[in-house]
Ligand binder design. Structure first.
Ligand code: GDP
Length: 450
């Protein structure tokens, strides 16, 4: 298990978003929290979890603000450590000054997600719950919020822990049979039945995993088409009409522009890709490869065609790439008067003018129709991240392997290895077993004050 050397520092951060508001919150966690705040307010905290009033002073004795503050004592706090929350007036300067003063007295600026990371390291929450906290903050639809709250309350963790207990049980039956086989041998049939139960649970979870992910992280929608067909115009139009939630997603490449929109309650992550055409230009080729990858991974693809050029060789090239995707053919620029050449319109095709918005409602209705099955009501698994799926798949692989070995009458030692491997993956899923890299990956997505 990784050792967290920095955990003894007292950390501090502004917990409210940048900008002005009625109240700003600065939170601090670590063993020096109470000592530091008492210096700044020049009075004692005489009771934990109780809101107190005071003046917050800087080192020269000037009052920075009138504040309310609360002290929490370990382990009864968010992080499981001593903590203090300061509620000051919500100005940019005042929150910054309070932050600076707390740092001057010995606290250190927290890193992204460090409060939640400490909650995890101090055993207050497992990794699934830590992920659910991020998902609550980022939830863009009622359903994603509900899923995240369920998981914070332990829905998925409890199910995973039950499987874990079953696997431990199976393992102990196998070990008993190995060690005391002459006296106590647990029948293979019984072990097989236990493994079959776990296998059934896992395959069921995995079969419905995608829906949870679509609800939590959004349905991906890629706009693809040859250059100049109107892709950027359409993206802007969609973002404008549906009031984009976010227009800049970190980690996206320069040539793929992303935004997030909600259409009829469904949360979409939409991407505008580089125009695709035959080219010998090296840089353009890279953009095109990325566009193709984006389209092949998208849940729904808008295949944009130009009504003033008709169906061209480049369009055929694109169609060959996306023919197995969940795509919508859309003829753009239908407002171009006599430049519009007769387009072949199948039932599925949408006629659009991205620049004026004509046809947009039809397009949105079609997008929703294509996305609906991905997020529709029905059996819902509480798996909400790719990380969770990846670990569960590995658990499943090992359990399936164990089952096969049992059927083929392999020695129990071999089966015990598979079960141990399955357990180790489950432990990674819960965070009982983790590496620094894994934590970095998860918590880097949090904001600083969380
Ligand atoms: P992209 O290269 O596919 O992203 O295409 P753009 O969105 O940059 O558009 C290329 C050109 O087509 C621009 O001059 C746009 O103004 C024009 N355009 C885009 N949509 C429409 C439309 O619906 N009607 C007309 N007449 N022109 C359009």
């Amino acid at each position: 298990m990784a050792v967290e050397t920095a955990q003894r520092d007292t950390i501090v951060a502004i917990a409210t978003p940048p900008g002005t508001g009625a109240i700003g919150i600065v939170r601090m966690s670590g063993e020096r929290s109470w000592e530091i705040i008492q210096k700044c307010v020049r009075k004692s905290i005489y009771d934990e979890r109780r809101i107190l009033y005071g003046n917050f002073y800087d080192t020269d004795g000037n009052v920075v603000d009138e504040i309310l503050f609360v002290g929490f004592k370990a382990p009864k706090s968010y992080t499981g450590e001593d903590m203090v929350e300061v509620y000051c007036h919500g100005g940019v300067l005042v929150t910054q000054k309070i932050l600076a003063e707390l740092i001057r007295h010995g606290a250190r600026l927290a890193k992204n997600g460090e409060f939640t990371r400490r909650a995890f390291l101090n055993g207050k929450i497992d990794l699934i719950k830590a992920e659910s906290i991020l998902q609550i903050i980022e939830a863009k639809s009622e359903e994603s919020l509900r899923l995240a709250i369920d998981n914070l309350k332990g829905k998925l963790s409890e199910e995973i822990n039950r499987v874990r207990n079953s696997l431990i049980n199976i393992l102990s039956k196998i070990e008993v049979s190995i060690d005391y086989g002459d006296d106590i041998e647990v029948p293979r049939d019984e072990i097989m039945q236990d493994i079959a139960d776990v296998e059934h649970f896992l395959s069921d979870k995995l079969a419905h995993a995608d829906k949870g992910i679509h609800i939590s992280t959004g349905v991906t929608l890629a706009i693809i088409g040859k250059p100049n067909v109107g892709k950027s115009t359409l993206l802007n139009r969609l973002l404008l009409e549906d009031r984009a939630i976010v227009t800049d997603i970190p980690g996206t490449t320069r040539d793929i522009i992303k935004g997030e929109i909600k259409i009829q309650g469904i949360h979409f992550v939409i991407s505008d890709t580089a125009g695709i055409r035959h080219t010998d230009d090296f840089v353009e080729k890279i953009g095109i490869e990325r566009a193709i990858k984006e389209a092949s991974q998208a849940d729904v693809v808008i295949f944009l065609l130009d009504a003033t050029t008709g169906f061209t060789k480049d369009d055929q090239y694109i169609l060959n790439i996306i023919k197995d995707s969940n795509f919508i053919p859309v003829w753009n620029k239908i407002d171009s008067g006599n430049k519009v050449i007769k387009v072949s319109k199948n039932n599925e095709d949408i006629l659009l003018s991205a620049s004026s918005g004509v046809g947009l409602r039809e397009l949105e209705a079609k997008i929703v129709e294509k996305a609906q099955p991905l997020v529709a009501e029905g059996q819902l698994s509480h798996i909400t991240s790719k990380r969770q799926i990846e670990h569960l798949k590995l658990v499943n692989e090992n359990v399936v392997k164990a089952m096969r070995s049992l059927r083929e009458n392999y020695p129990l030692d071999i089966i015990s290895i598979d079960i141990r491997n399955a357990l180790s993956e489950l432990d990674k899923l819960l965070g009982r077993n983790f590496t620094d890299d894994l934590l970095e990956n998860i918590f880097a997505n949090f904001c600083v004050g969380k």
